[in-house]
Design a protein around this ligand. Structure first.
Ligand SMILES: [Zn+2]
Length: 406
């Protein structure tokens, strides 16, 4: 990218700085819990129309989609616009839905996870839409505000790509990276294991087979298995957590004939659904335990009333450091930041489990905000970082289109 174009884009971004902050404050003020995103979708729809996007629509699930340009390189920017709830137990220093600005920071639910990305996307989109002949752009830029990510990470983009005909070549996620280029994450899955026994009256317990007693040695074995898992770089160690246990019998004065445990399984490099199920099967065999093993299903409904379901499997994904998408992002980051930083990975899960994990589409992330503040009462964002991210977003499609052609 030549210096003149770069200078022009950065200047345009900086003249919009106050507007970008205003958009972020508006977004924080609109409460948008998962499944309740209509108001924020309508707000973004209005902005995209005002900013001269070529096409603006709400998809079948309820996510908002705006397109600029019709060039051959299809770029998808995703910012999920739902947030987790504010619970009664949380103690917020500033009210969570006011977007209070103080000493260069903005505070509130979504101030990190991840409303800044949408504010930056809208301003960067506006700059591109208002300053260029759309038919001459070397890319088609899809700006997506996805719903329901906090409930079922990945599903909104899976739906958009599988059911709505958008086929991106690359994806940029707006999950917080503290202005570093991120290129992967550990995956996760949930598993339910059930044992069956034989019910009997508690007074005649010798006649029964206690499903809980059958399960207990296996629970212990899972604790040991977790300790034995070894780190695989660059994502570290997977993990197994028994997160719930339930049992059922004719009454509380009976021998239970059913016991079920729920597992949270974090997946590192090389651990996928089949490998994990095989590992569990082997452990069950070692304990001579007959049990049902299944991956539970998520079921839900969007603000539009669209029902969805998906198995609780969110694959690990990772993009090589020398992939052209990572190189383009690092090149862009070096132009907007004072010093360059090594690429990194999220600890939490993102919509990349669908785009990269399930569908194999190269995916990266870049956004302001510290991941460790997400889902806490301390969500805060340094507004200068929002401005740097917005500069990144406005340069990135041009740099990517240039690199892609080489
Ligand atoms: Zn998020």
């Amino acid at each position: 990218m030549d210096k003149k174009l770069q200078q022009k884009l950065i200047q345009a971004t900086d003249t919009l700085q106050d507007d970008t902050v205003q958009i972020l404050q508006d977004l924080i003020r609109i409460r948008s819990y998962s499944g309740e995103e209509e108001e924020i979708v309508r707000y973004i729809e209005g902005k995209m129309q005002d900013f001269n996007f070529d096409e603006v629509y709400i998809d079948g699930l309820g996510s908002i989609v705006g397109r600029i340009g019709q060039g051959p390189l299809k770029i998808l920017w995703d910012a999920h616009i739902d947030t987790v709830k504010v619970t009664e137990g949380e103690s917020w220093h500033f009210p969570p839905f006011q977007g209070v600005i103080k000493n260069g920071f903005i505070y509130g639910r979504g101030a990190v996870d991840e409303k800044p990305a949408m504010a930056g996307f809208l301003s960067a989109g506006r700059i591109i839409a208002e300053n260029y002949v759309h038919t001459e752009l070397p890319f088609s830029l899809y700006v997506v505000g996805s719903v329901l990510e906090e409930d079922c990470d990945g599903y909104p983009l899976y739906h958009l790509i599988k059911n709505e005909g958008i086929k991106p070549d690359v994806v940029l996620l707006g999950e917080p990276t503290n202005l570093r280029v991120y290129r992967g994450q550990r995956g996760r899955m949930e598993i339910q294991i059930s044992t069956h026994g034989k019910a009997a009256h508690g007074a005649h317990n010798q006649q029964g087979i206690n499903a809980i007693y059958k399960m207990m040695p296996f629970v212990k074995a899972l604790e040991e298995l977790d300790k034995s898992l070894v780190p695989v770089e660059p994502l570290g160690k997977g993990s197994i957590t028994v997160s719930d246990i339930m049992s059922r019998g004719p009454s509380l004065c009976s021998v239970p004939d059913f016991c079920r445990i729920h597992l949270d399984r974090r997946l590192t490099v090389g651990e996928d659904k089949n490998a994990v199920l095989q590992q569990l099967k082997k452990l069950l065999d070692q304990h001579k335990l007959t049990a049902d093993v299944k991956i539970p299903e998520y079921r839900g409904s969007s603000w539009k009333g669209t029902k969805f379901k998906q198995d609780a499997y969110f694959p690990t994904w990772i993009l090589g450091e020398d992939h052209f998408l990572v190189r383009a992002a690092q090149d862009t980051a070096e132009r907007v930041l004072v010093k360059s930083q090594a690429s990194g990975f999220w600890n939490f899960s993102t919509n990349g489990v669908a785009t990269a994990g399930r569908l194999g589409i190269p995916t990266i992330g870049f956004a302001p905000g510290r991941e460790e503040l997400a889902h806490t009462a301390r969500e805060e964002l340094y507004l200068d970082d929002l401005q740097l991210a917005t500069r990144f977003y406005s340069l990135f499609p041009f740099i990517l289109a240039g690199i892609n052609r080489e």
